[in-house]
Design a protein around this ligand. Structure first.
Ligand code: URA
Length: 201
């Protein structure tokens, strides 16, 4: 199956009740051979209306975060979410909604084969890592998502409300840049020990 075929399947999905209230399915956007994949939690109102991820205020900040590490939407980057349909009133997706949507994300990751996944915020991090740990304990480490290195940073919407944490997000982006460079040649386990050495220094 191609990414396009998977997108068509997702656009016709009725597996959870978000299908009843969505305007558009927000499957994902970017380079199908992206090296970096950014994963948020779920579409908001603007994304629901346009069918594109991260197009509201949080999306503008995400674009700035990408620019800070010399990346651009569509250029070596793919952006998607844990759930592809908008949860009403921007609530967090439920466990069931995330579970029903998971096969789309898993397949997307298998098809794109990114060198690094960046989880944006608590909902994305906890779902991807099957963890209840806080974002502060998940940041600053290289995790393993089925053989792909994964790092965690703050959600851009959180950073808009808490600009004092932007410096920490910058540290995460620097880590992302280093891990992505290492991941082009090394296996995740070697990256973990290389990065641990750097972080321990
Ligand atoms: N927040 C998200 O998590 N994803 C989007 O696509 C937009 C806002």
């Amino acid at each position: 199956m191609t990414l396009e075929e998977l997108g068509s399947q997702a656009r016709a999905c009725n597996l959870c009740k978000l299908a009843a209230t969505r305007k558009k399915v927000v499957f994902g956007e970017g380079n199908p051979q992206a090296r970096l994949m950014f994963i948020g939690e779920g579409p908001g109102a603007r994304e629901d209306a346009t069918g594109e991820p991260f197009v509201g205020q949080a999306g503008k900040l995400l674009d700035q975060m990408l620019a800070a590490i010399k990346l651009k939407r569509g250029n070596r980057v793919y952006i998607t979410n844990i759930v592809k349909c908008r949860p009403p009133n921007n609530r967090n997706p439920t466990l069931n909604e995330a579970k029903q949507c998971e096969p789309y994300l898993t397949r997307q990751i298998q098809l794109i084969k990114p060198k690094l996944i960046v989880a944006l915020g608590k909902v994305a991090a906890q779902n991807l890592l099957q963890s209840d740990d806080s974002i502060s304990s998940l940041r600053g480490k290289v995790h393993d998502y089925s053989g792909t290195p994964l790092i965690v940073t703050y959600h851009p919407a959180y950073l808009l409300r808490n600009p004092q944490d932007k410096a920490r997000a910058w540290e995460d982006l620097c880590l992302a840049r280093e891990v992505a460079a290492l991941a082009i040649t090394l296996h995740t386990s070697l990256i973990k020990s290389a990065v641990r050495d750097v972080l321990d220094r």
